[in-house]
Design a protein around this ligand. Structure first.
Ligand SMILES: NC(=O)c1ccc[n+]([C@@H]2O[C@H](COP(=O)([O-])OP(=O)(O)OC[C@H]3O[C@@H](n4cnc5c(N)ncnc54)[C@H](OP(=O)(O)O)[C@@H]3O)[C@@H](O)[C@H]2O)c1
Length: 243
């Protein structure tokens, strides 16, 4: 479970623990928060392996999977949730901003999936679910680098779904509308985004973390066996409107 110290990642990790999974709690900077999540998982009677690793760095990814192999010896599920990005209009993006965002959000999925698939194959298969956002297919102000990185996540999801299918590995993604997590604090227009989500979501309320958690849970269940390479949009219908 990448990026599980806070926000949606934390909620998915706790849900997986309730389902009986032992967890890997990956984080980059928030050690104390990651330790809290690990503590909660242990209270639920499951194991939690804490791994600090920047998923934008392939060597750190390889090292993380070596730790997972040493601790558990098997892997059933990869949830690719970690995300970061530089929020600026396209004309203000510098090369370092582009590389930072693409490395963590897009390259991270490819190399985590490669390492995960090697372990899953040894146990007869597994499931990979990534988190994406509406900026992959729609315009969101200041979101260029992240939106493009998420478009790559969704495309990679389709390629991996085909190439990993013979290994019985099921690959999908969940994309969502605005959620009130720490990620929103980085948007200069945070209040405007929350206001829009509250007022203009056809379903009548803004998204809650649990709406995403439930969809991840469904994609990890046997009921989703024939869903491959898809990005399920969970947004209460917000993206259906023109504005
Ligand atoms: N919030 C939304 O409105 C929204 C909507 C749709 C989809 N999503 C997607 O859902 C996912 C989670 O979003 P969120 O809102 O929960 O984000 P968040 O609150 O910003 O949390 C991001 C998580 O990713 C980790 N992370 C960041 N950079 C990392 C790196 N280089 N290596 C490893 N871990 C790293 C963070 O850990 P540290 O604190 O340790 O760095 C943290 O646990 C993302 O993929 C996001 O794009 C979010």
């Amino acid at each position: 479970m990448t990026g599980s110290s806070r926000g949606l990642g934390r909620a998915i990790a706790l849900d997986l623990a309730k389902m009986g999974y032992d967890l890997v709690i990956n984080y980059a900077r928030s050690k104390s928060k990651a330790m809290e999540v690990a503590g909660e998982i242990e209270k639920l009677g499951q194991k939690a392996l804490l791994v600090k690793a920047n998923v934008g760095d392939v060597e750190k990814i390889k090292d993380m999977f070596a730790q997972i192999r040493a601790a558990y010896g098997r892997l059933d599920v990869l949830v690719n949730n970690a995300a970061s990005g530089v929020l600026r209009p396209a004309m203000e993006l510098e090369e370092s901003h582009w590389n930072w965002t693409m490395n963590i959000n897009s390259k991270g999925l490819l190399f985590c999936a490669q390492e995960a698939a090697k372990m899953m194959e040894e146990n007869g298969g597994g499931k990979i679910v990534s988190l994406s956002s509406l900026g992959s297919i729609r315009y969101i102000k200041n979101y260029t680098s992240v939106g493009v990185s998420k478009a790559a996540v969704e495309a990679l999801t389709r390629y991996l779904a085909v190439e990993l299918a013979p290994k019985n590995i099921i690959v999908n993604a969940v994309s969502g509308g605005v959620l009130d997590t720490d990620a929103l604090n980085h948007f200069p227009n945070q209040q405007e985004m929350l206001e829009d989500a509250r007022k203009n979501t056809p379903a009548g309320r803004m998204m809650e973390i649990d709406d995403m958690v439930k969809t991840v849970r469904f994609l990890l269940s046997d009921d989703a066996f024939m869903i491959r390479g898809q990005t399920i949009i969970v947004d209460g219908g917000r993206s259906l409107l023109l504005n």
